[in-house]
Design a protein. Structure first.
Length: 235
């Protein structure tokens, strides 16, 4: 039998003020899986991640994390269950250096990465330890943003366009990092515009359109579904 989902989103609706943005998003992620949310700009991918971590104004429906219903919970309580989110803008504290950024996040679960483990994963960060957030390259900022959530002990990661604006060699490094985390049993939901990257890291893909999940494609069926994808995404 299939394992129980780590994350099960059902008929999720979300609003920004009066603006009704999600219209019944349904998808599930199994423990240890990497799934992507693919879709055109404005489809509702970012809002789906924000809803899961509890930072949109109003949500209805169901978001179960390891069997716990989180729809009525505040974001801090959701984070304590072991879910972490890296926003598209990465959220690095510009006035703090790398070391200070790494020290900030509270441990929400046991098993958070030590600073040594972070350096093993991202050797570049060791060399940049005393550098201020503003002085980091885009790639270093993304690594620091991922490193920070690993410090918390969260084992379910929500990543919003981690490759955006990064050089190919850095994108490869992020890809290797995600593969390694998957190997260690992390569950990952990824919003991605970089189709090749999505294909290189994910088990399955959910297609988001106008605030709904309209299809699911297994990674090994992507190439066979090229025409469908072209219609959905224009790729
Ligand atoms: P993108 O890649 O462009 O971010 P997306 O699929 O992630 O696309 P969302 O950012 O979730 O899409 O946006 C979904 C819809 O909600 C869009 O119509 C967008 O304009 C709207 N929206 C997003 N953020 C807000 C906000 N803070 N207030 C009001 N409307 C918003």
């Amino acid at each position: 039998a299939d394992p129980a989902p780590q994350l099960a989103v059902e008929n999720l609706h979300a609003w920004y003020g009066e603006s009704h943005v999600l219209h019944g998003v349904t998808f599930a992620v199994k423990p240890g899986e990497v799934v992507t949310l693919l879709g055109r700009n404005g489809a509702g991918k970012t809002t789906t991640l924000k809803s899961i971590i509890g930072i949109v104004g109003r949500r209805t429906g169901s978001i179960a994390f390891a069997g716990t219903e989180t729809i009525g919970m505040v974001s801090r309580a959701i984070a304590r269950l072991g879910i972490a989110y890296v926003p598209e803008e990465r959220g690095i504290y510009a006035s703090l250096n790398v070391e200070e950024n790494l020290m900030l996040p509270p441990q929400v679960r046991p098993g958070g990465f030590t600073v040594e483990q972070i350096f093993e994963l991202f050797p570049n960060l060791r060399e940049r330890l005393a550098s201020q957030g503003t002085k980091l390259s885009g790639g270093e900022q993304q690594m620091l943003a991922i490193a920070r959530i690993l410090r918390t002990g969260a084992r379910t990661l929500l990543l919003d366009e981690p490759t955006e604006g990064l050089a190919p060699v850095i994108i490869q490094q992020i890809g290797r990092t995600l593969a390694r985390l998957k190997q260690e049993g992390f569950t990952i939901v990824l919003v991605e515009q970089n189709f090749r990257f999505a294909q290189s890291v994910a088990d399955r893909h959910y297609i988001v359109e106008q605030g709904r999940v309209i299809d699911m494609i297994a990674n090994d069926e992507l190439d066979a579904n090229h025409d469908k994808l072209q219609t959905y995404l224009g790729v």
